[in-house]
Design a protein around this ligand. Sequence first.
Ligand code: AMP
Ligand code: MN
Ligand code: ZN
Length: 900
Amino acid sequence: MDNQNETITEEPAAKKAKLQEKASSSGLENLLKTGFQQVVKAVKLSNGIPSEEERSYYSTYKSFNDNVSAQSDMVLNLMSHILKYESVGLSLQKRTDDEKFDLLQQCNDAALERVNSNLDIYAGAVQKDIHPIIIESEVKKIDITTKNAGSWNLKQAKETTDKETIAARLITAKNIARPQIKFNIPIDNSNNTPFIPKLTYKPNSLKPLAILPEYDEAGDVVSYLHPYEFELEKFEMPEEELQQKSPVKPAKVDVVELMHVDTVELLNKALEELRQHKMIAVDVEHHAYRSFLGFTCLVQMSTKDKDYIFDALKLRDDMHILNEVLTNPKIVKIFHGADLDIIWLQRDLSLYVVNMFDTHHAAKLLNFSRLSLAYLLKHYCDIEVDKTFQLADWRIRPLPDMLINYARQDTHYLIYVYESICNDLLDKSNQHGNLLRNVYQTSNELCKRRYCKPLFNNDSHLEFYRKSKHIFDNRQMSALSEIFAWRDAIARKEDESYNYVLPNHMLLRISETLPREAQGILACCNPIPPLVRQNLYVLHDIILKARAKPLIKPTLVGDAFSRVATKGSKDYDNILYCPHDLTVVEDFRDDLPTMLKIDKNNVDVNEIDEIAEKITYLQLPTVDVFEKMNAIYDDPLKKAIKEGCNKSKFKTPYERYLAILPQIEKEKLEEAERIAHENRSRQLCPSAPKVVVKEEINTENDDTLNVSIKEYLKRKRVESDGPSTSSKVAKMQSTSTLDQKDKPSSSKASLKKKNSTSHKTDKPPIISKDESRLNESIVTIEDESDTDVIVSTDVDTNKSNTNDNKNNFSSKVKNKFNNFKKKFKNKRKNKAQKSGQSSNVPVQNNFDYNNVDFKKFQGGSQRANGIQMKQTIHGKSNSNKAKNKKFNKLFTFSNVKSKK
Ligand code: AMP
Ligand code: MN
Ligand code: ZN
């Protein structure tokens, strides 16, 4: 232990002694005085400890060494205690000097931070006039006209971009005191208690106030009922709403009176005024970055002749008196996009709304191209509002004028918008005013929503992981889950948002890279979040523990792959949402055959694949509306494709169904024939060898696409469970069962039973899902030379059947597959060589068959397998995309197993 460290270690030790003394010392001054003396003494003494050459000399004496190490142990122990107190929580003992130094710094930072915030509180309580220093930064819009937009509206775009270069204005301020610390009712971020409505008085009630708990099965309270649930149930749209309105455009913001409500007196005055009105526009501004749950900062209201801005931070405990107007069913409250506003109002201000009209939903019903308030203001009032302040830090007090003006805009014109939009809705409604009723109903449902605290459990990270679209191995998963839990705990404790503690993308980056060094964690973050810096070693410990775990095969099962798109998570408002983008749908697979005809006489399958590969790399559109036809025919490839397009006609699903009918009929007939044939031969000669049902692969039409079509059809038919198909199924099973020896006797018996009934009765035998899975096998190719990948039939017990089927495949398909396998293997070998040295780096970028537990590709879940393969292969390397696609197309995997 070197001298420098000794010096530092003495300091907190003295502090501790000082703290203990606190009880006896008379006041703060005394404490400081004695404390300071102690510190000076400690520093002096530690400077007295021999250093450098002198130290080397001293250290030749055993007694000196013993003494120093005993002292140093004691000091480190003491410091570890202090660290624990400062919630760093890690022991100092087994660290390198650098790490010790960092931990100390972390501890000091935390202490100083506390001092700082305590001083803030102190200053806030005593000194009123500390003005926050406003910081304004603008996020410029990217000028799309400088890019190669190539669009017909280029000119128009150029004209508008001059005005609209600012996408967002980030207004924040230095030294904003945390408003939370002044809340009378402390914030409850705990994970185990539900949100409790704090309403104590219920105006406009039809039922007396009752905050009724709801219990779970274990008898614990999970939530509380909505205090105005009954009133909302009873609410109906006032019939006078069905009359056309005569909207009067409001005067400009600067000529209308504004009441800035920040005292209880003003609040009462405002309430008296608001009572007189039949329509009130309402909006809420919220802050969520430096708070775990978030809090309401501002409430804006407008009547026809006045604007109100309520300081919701200051009047947090008094605002509830506005329930008088907000829950009055005779006064319509107009919101734009009220979902969150309703929640925020009830959570922070105990405000509830009865009789609400949401202009956002109204705009939806009118099929407006855009649903934002800015658009409605432009549409109805021809006003261009500046929405760039939306993300301002609404905690700033006193509120700057520009923020006040912005906030007013949100409600100032809203009554006019409401009246105009009501008229439009009535115009488009039936005689019952269906559209208008719809808006009221939907808005009423919104008002019934209850606030629920975000709860954390050990699986919380899985939802996040699913949405992230990353694929993690067990080490990365473990780190993700631990860091996620750490972030949640810190965020609740420090009352900060997840985003402030550790933004999602950084969390993912850290869990993905699993940096060996603590500095690596910082390298994953830019800018480095303060709480990450402070807790660096806690995070590092988590990562080291995750790294120490044995690497298991990548998490390929279930959850990871059903997460492509979870039902109900569709964000229809997202501009990126496209109902035709099937790749995000769980059922999607791109390896199924299509009904597009391929002229087999002219084009070889290989050729098609080659063309497909070329198409992927085309830089320009092949078929261009504006391109001259001559130009198309200049290029032989384009010509071929163009001709192909002309040949293949679009078929509707019904037409496709019709087209496939003859094929199905044909197969039915063949099937019936075969059964009849077998029956006949049985009758003639009972001891004759059994007829083996062969896979119906027509050697003439033997191309891979047909293999898949057959498989597809077969599977479809097994699923649909029709009489003819099920008899075929039973038939197939009967043959395979008779050859089997190691099949469990119970299922054998049941299959035999079916076998006997299937010929005699018309009733189709009932086939359980598992049994029908037996028949999902198609491609059976075994290659003794390849010990790694075997595409085999679905069921282990199907071996003899497998051998029979095996012979039915033409060598063409087989060769093709082998070629692919070879290519695949070589590629994999190269990859393995490349990644071989760095065993620390978790395998995830490239699909490595060595690491895949093929048992996890459970038979039957074909669909899932398709997605698994697709995801994993398509994963990161785009260059492989075309080849992999081809590979997928060739083989519909029934089951892929590693041979052991
Ligand atoms: P508004 O209804 O537009 O006034 O927005 C109300 C509150 O929603 C704002 O004070 C913000 O806290 C929050 N908010 C609105 N838009 C966004 C956004 N794009 N991102 C994050 N928060 C937003
Ligand atoms: Mn709003
Ligand atoms: Zn707003």
